[in-house]
Design a protein around this ligand. Structure first.
Ligand code: FMN
Length: 360
């Protein structure tokens, strides 16, 4: 399926090297002020060619809104928004049609679609498909902000180097100002060096993005199938290269005792909160008033220049492959704004489902 969401529904359209890529968004609340500049800003943060640690591919991802926003406000009709694909070089993808890249979707996609899928630039399996998520998420974030919900994301780890965030609120801006998007000044150089070293070796690195959703009222989320965790995990795995997601203490919870893991309730400034946040702000699938905290693990980029073994589909022979073309040595810095905006899509959908948008 190409549609995500129950009320705020996002359909991703286009493909990597086709005419355009973007989203059709249904269920958008009417009369909401939307800054196109802000959407373009988010797209710029996702775009490649930003620094020496991303691919040199340049994409002037400039937004086109065909419907749904008039005079700066949502009209209530579906929003149709996309960017044109430029700086496209599909020639290499013709070369590797018969030799699927290990770690990419080439082989299963070829079998599933009987070779008819748009294979250029990875087609629907390209990281470029996340442009629609960024657009829909940017709109959702702007609406949520008016309800005091703030979403921040930053790089938590790359190539095994962990960058614990310093004070988060200040660091949101800070993490946006360094090319690897960490929220910890002392880790920037070692992470940049690690990425550049992997790039030089024709290799790639993976890592972890952490995201925090702050300011949610208590009770957002629907029990069982539409729990906050279910919805965030669902959208997380729609971001290519995602390999795992954890909430709060995550897998560490399995090694803790109840007395360590439970978050004690306290009253502070007449508000109920918890002293710790092992729950990651979610209990029973519902927000408990603490920040929703989750981490997504991204694998290392599969298209690498280093020699790998694959097969030639035509001859059935085993062959060597060195992937050419312009690829990210590590997609994590570019994934940071995608994760935050994907979370915004989930939160707005759950806000609408729970009737929270009208409780202002
Ligand atoms: C922002 C972004 C950029 C990406 N860039 C590349 C890339 O340059 N080269 C590549 O091989 N994969 C890249 N990927 C990952 C592939 O799209 C992904 O690994 C592939 O579709 C297979 O899907 P899977 O890893 O989820 O199984 C990127 C992913 C994202 C989110």
């Amino acid at each position: 399926m190409n549609i995500f969401g129950t009320i705020y529904k996002v359909m991703l359209i286009g493909s990597s090297h086709g005419n355009m890529v973007g989203a059709v968004i249904d269920g958008v609340p009417p009369n909401e002020e939307i800054s196109i500049e802000q959407i373009n800003e988010d797209l710029k943060r996702r775009a490649p060619g930003q620094s020496k640690v991303t691919t040199e591919r340049k994409e002037g991802d400039s937004l086109i809104i065909e419907a749904g926003i008039l005079n700066g406000k949502t009209t209530g009709e579906p929003i149709v928004a996309f960017v044109r694909n430029r700086d496209v070089d599909s020639s290499y993808y013709d070369e590797i049609r018969d030799t699927p890249r290990p770690g990419h979707a080439d082989y299963p996609a070829y079998v599933k679609y009987k070779g008819a899928n748009d294979y250029r630039g990875g087609g629907r399996f390209s990281g470029r498909m996340t442009i629609g998520l960024v657009i829909a998420g940017s709109i959702a974030k702007q609406i949520l902000k008016r309800h005091n919900v703030e979403i921040i994301a930053y790089t938590k780890e790359i190539g095994g180097i962990v960058a614990e965030p310093e004070v988060v609120e200040e660091n949101f801006i800070f993490s946006d100002e360094n090319i690897v998007r960490v929220a910890n000044r002392s880790s920037i150089q070692s992470i940049v060096d690690a990425i550049l070293k992997a790039k030089e070796e024709g290799d790639s690195l993976g890592g972890v993005v952490e995201c925090q959703v702050m300011g949610l009222p208590v009770g957002v989320g629907e029990p069982i199938f539409d729990s906050i965790e279910s919805k965030l995990a669902h959208i997380a795995f729609s971001i290519p290269a995602t390999k795992g997601i954890e909430f709060g203490s995550g897998f560490r919870a399995a090694r803790m005792k109840g007395s360590e893991h439970n978050d004690p309730y306290v009253v502070e400034d007449d508000k109920i909160r918890t002293l710790t946040n092992n729950a990651g702000g979610i209990l029973g699938g519902l927000s408990n008033g603490m920040p929703v905290v989750f981490r997504i693990a991204f694998k290392p980029t599969s298209s690498i220049k280093k020699k790998q073994t694959t097969i030639n589909k035509e001859t059935g022979q085993q062959v060597d492959l060195k992937v050419r073309g312009r690829h990210d040595p590590c997609i994590v810095p570019r994934a940071v704004p995608i994760v935050a905006n994907a979370a915004a899509i989930v939160m707005l959908d759950l806000f609408l489902k729970g009737g929270f948008l009208h409780r202002r």
